[in-house]
Design a protein around this ligand. Structure first.
Ligand code: HEM
Length: 516
């Protein structure tokens, strides 16, 4: 009698298991096949996916194209025709499927877009707050960005953006200039000491990344604080954990294929949250008594009506760190590569600095930076050839009509900025050449399409931190060019690669010399 309940427990468990199995089969097998058929009916072709990896296996195959080795080609021959090297699979698929097609990450469909006209028509249909961000990436990158501005959607995005955008006003940014000068000066002193010791070869990529991280830690949440230093170390470790390994985004149980890294990232994410939480709580107490010039201080001031919760502020601090330091550092790194291989432009920028700022570089007048017009052209051209953010992502939250094609609700989108920036049909025959003069009289660089230049994204969700980048770029480059001359080191091997951002995969060794 006592055991009479057991069969029904087993029956219940068996039915539950069966239901779960059916649910998994539906979401990982039936639903993707239905979406595949729907997308085909809607007019989108693409490479054939297989279960459960989609097209990931083909994407993992390395490119056979070797770009160049400065020792054999000579420094002026570093090629900027990089699309087929950094995205070999997209380049191959473009040849067979055109500039708009569908590919699959696991069981998630992605609409690939390298056609600005398609992008223009699509974004005309959708306001910034109605765009989504791919849920698969949100889950994967949760320890980095949480619900920060990069990831939030809808009315939450409007609320966050209203609190955050004013912190980046020109007046607020000017108050951060001295922190930038201080960090850059420390780097320059390190380099000077190395040159004096007789070693002129410096890996400028790692040096500049460290300096930009120092700048963002100071400008975001006040670096002097011991807690902040700890946060910064852990944020960097988190980034390495997430992006130095292959991720199986979109693949069922993909997280478990790399379980050690996934758990490590989660643990680091939680530790960072705890530390930032205590930094913010402390700062909230001080906020009334101190004038705050860093971003966190400005957010706390702007947020006096508590529009953002403390945990949302934590996510914003993480977002500034991840969104703000490596991108700016890479803009500077690629610039030094291009200036090292184009001595004429190096000299032109030095002449401009002298003309605009005179000899008083030590007392840099921030108000004059806007007059460095050639430097701005160089920056624009570098961001065109080597966009640190090589793609922009969206997810449709409704059906979107583009001419006679329908992009179904839920479709992820991958906008290939590298392809668009290097497309001769948009930029002319010299698309792969370094020609800053194309930006001299045209903010769009003479591109044949209004949406062909997207280093900071597009529409209402365009990068909120770009003015901070412009200022940091001009300050650091001015200080460097006023002190040193740069040449490519023979050991440099030109091999741009995607590690979330577009980086020189073997660093950037340069021969650095004192000007006089
Ligand atoms: C060269 C430097 C930078 C590049 C290339 C860059 C690039 C981008 C891109 C492509 C987007 C996506 C836009 C879109 O989805 O349409 C973006 C968004 C964003 N960036 Fe930047 N960024 C840079 C610097 C910064 C800095 C310095 C910060 C902050 C300190 C920052 C914070 C953000 C944030 C918070 C967003 C999300 C904006 C939103 O969705 O409303 N970025 N950035």
């Amino acid at each position: 009698m006592e055991f009479s309940g057991l069969p029904s427990v087993f029956a219940f468990m068996a039915v539950s298991f069966l239901l779960l199995l059916l649910k998994l089969i539906f979401s990982w097998w039936v639903s993707p096949i239905r979406t595949h058929v729907k997308l085909k009916k809607c007019g989108f072709a693409g490479p054939l996916p297989s279960f459960p990896f989609g097209n990931i296996e083909e994407m993992k195959k390395k490119s056979n194209i070797m770009i160049s080795d400065s020792s054999s080609l000579g420094s002026s021959n570093v090629t900027h025709d990089i699309h087929s090297t950094v995205f070999p699979y997209f380049s191959r698929w473009q040849n067979s499927h055109g500039k708009v097609f569908v590919y699959w990450l696991g069981t998630e469909p992605f609409l690939y877009i390298a056609d600005p006209e398609f992008l223009k028509k699509m974004s005309k249909e959708v306001m910034a707050k109605r765009w989504g961000k791919p849920k698969v990436f949100r889950n994967d990158r949760d320890p980095m960005f949480g619900n920060g501005l990069v990831m939030v959607e809808g009315n939450d995005w409007v609320r966050h953006r209203h609190v955050i955008a004013p912190a980046f006003s020109p007046l607020n940014l000017k108050a951060m200039a001295s922190m930038m000068v201080e960090s850059a000066t420390q780097m320059i002193e390190r380099w000077a000491a190395q040159l004096n010791s007789g070693n002129p070869e410096i890996d400028v990529e790692s040096e500049i990344i460290a300096t930009a991280a120092d700048i963002i830690a100071r400008t975001s949440f006040g670096m002097g604080d011991g807690n902040a230093k700890e946060v910064f170390k852990k944020l960097r470790a988190l980034q390495m954990t997430l992006f130095k390994t292959t991720r199986y985004v979109g693949v069922p149980f993909g997280n478990y294929l790399n379980i050690k890294k996934t758990l490590e990232a989660k643990k680091l994410g939680k530790e960072i949250d705890r530390l930032l939480f205590s930094v913010i709580t402390e700062r909230k107490k001080e906020a009334k008594s101190q004038s705050q010039t860093d971003l966190l201080g400005l957010l706390l001031k702007e947020n006096n009506q508590q529009k953002l919760s403390v945990s949302e502020l934590v996510d914003e601090c993480k977002t500034f760190f991840f969104g703000g330091h490596e991108t700016t550092a890479l803009a500077l790194t690629w610039t030094l590569l291009l200036l090292a291989t184009h001595e004429d432009w190096q000299n032109q920028l030095r002449d401009e600095i002298k003309k605009v700022l005179g000899d008083k570089i030590d007392e840099l007048d921030i108000n004059l930076l806007a007059d460095l017009k050639k430097m701005k052209c160089v920056m624009n051209e570098v961001l065109r050839l080597y966009p640190p953010a090589p793609n922009v992502q969206r997810q449709a939250r409704e059906d979107i009509q583009v001419d006679n094609l329908t992009v179904p609700n839920g479709t992820n989108m991958w906008i290939d900025v590298v392809a668009i920036h290097h497309d001769p049909a948009l930029w002319g025959k010299d698309a792969n050449e370094f020609k800053p003069e194309r930006f001299m009289d045209d903010a769009n660089g003479g591109c044949f399409h209004k949406m062909g230049y997207l280093p900071f994204g597009f529409g209402g969700r365009m990068c909120v931190g770009r003015n901070l980048t412009f200022m940091e770029y001009k300050i650091v480059l001015t200080l460097l060019l006023s002190r040193f001359r740069f040449k490519l080191a023979p050991s440099y091997h030109h091999s741009p690669a995607i590690m979330l951002s577009l980086r020189p995969s073997n660093g950037l060794p340069l021969i650095v010399e004192f000007l006089n």
